[in-house]
Design a protein around this ligand. Sequence first.
Ligand code: HEM
Length: 405
Amino acid sequence: MSSLVADPFDLRQWAEGPPHDLFRRMRAEAPVHRNPLPDGTHCWSVFKHADIAAISRDTATFSSEQGGVFLHPDQVVPLEVATNMLLYMDPPRHTHYRLILQKVFTPHSVAKLEDSIRERVTRTIDDFIEQGSCDLVTDLAVPVPLGMLTQLMGVPDVEVPQFYEWTERIVAAQGAPEPAAAAPVLAEMAPFLHAQIERQMAEGQAESIVMRLRTGEVKGEELNELEILTFFAVLTFAGNDTTRNTASNGLLALLQHPGLLDELAADPSLIPGAVEESLRWSTVVQWFNRTATCDTEVGGQAIPEGDRVVMWYGSGSRDEDAFDAPDTFDIRRHKPDHQAFGGGGRHFCLGAGLARAELRIVLEEVTRRMKNLELAGDVERLPSNWANGLVHLPVTFTPGPREAS
Ligand code: HEM
């Protein structure tokens, strides 16, 4: 295989979305592939579901903290700042910090949010329903997770546009050529966060994530403002775009499979299965990196200490050894063990329950209120080899009633 063709990072392969033909070949011919990088270094690309799961579960051998979760240690933000983020921590530090946030995301806490998610989805759809047309990305998939995140953080609705601008810049920093491209955004967010903490303390808003972080302790020590700020940034990064991209890719897949939207409208009990298949199908976070802490092996391939290992979740979620007919969009799969939320283990997505609830309610309301949904223009993709995202998804539809009959 020539290195160009076998390079999953090469953006030319991503024009139509994730390069599933290439992933399939790599799984068959080079499941753990030494990937030369433009700066003269290399990493190991890992394509099989079982190997990704094994790496994810072995945090002692495969560190998130040593070299970060992207290929360049200072990608997005400088590594010394990033190591304040959960994603970049190894146990035991990771375990202590994760405990602070865990309570916000328990199934019980998510169940309590159900009404406010539905209310937000309803209001969002109200804004465009009478037009009979919309852009499912900008009009629906963007505002719902963004609004839920700001609500959880105790940030007032009037601040949402400013927050949106920051989130877009943090996400763009992931693909930026220069290191630490999000550092200026964090500097801008710092005084805002400081004001949020002051206001929320004065108002006694004990339940918001900001206050949970402010009053949270690690081994008896309160978190400092830099730690809180980077937690804030990781949630912005992890909780927003991911849900948006899954909602838009999932809706696109449903639109491309005639009859499925009608089936969901007729039998909403199929919707949780459609959500799970949308997660698997789009696996919107395509990869994360780990660094080998010692000489080791993955899938029989020797990996020297200090080498970087990139887990291609998008490939793991289509592995023929893990799924029957992996390239078929099948909403009736039984418990698909996909890797959209990572390969399992300690870093498994903290917001998975919230994301599933948001995606389910979006599908429930779309199938109930937007009848005869059809594509009405070109679908525009995000040019990225890391985020599987859509920029525009124009549709037309026949407006249905606001209240459930
Ligand atoms: C469909 C939506 C989402 C997808 C596809 C997704 C995907 C992921 C992935 C792939 C990871 C890394 C897992 C690993 O390294 O093993 C992750 C971690 C994380 N996610 Fe999500 N995520 C989503 C929604 C959310 C939401 C809504 C939130 C919170 C509001 C959230 C918060 C987090 C956090 C805090 C982590 C870091 C966990 C840790 O390092 O312990 N995510 N997510």
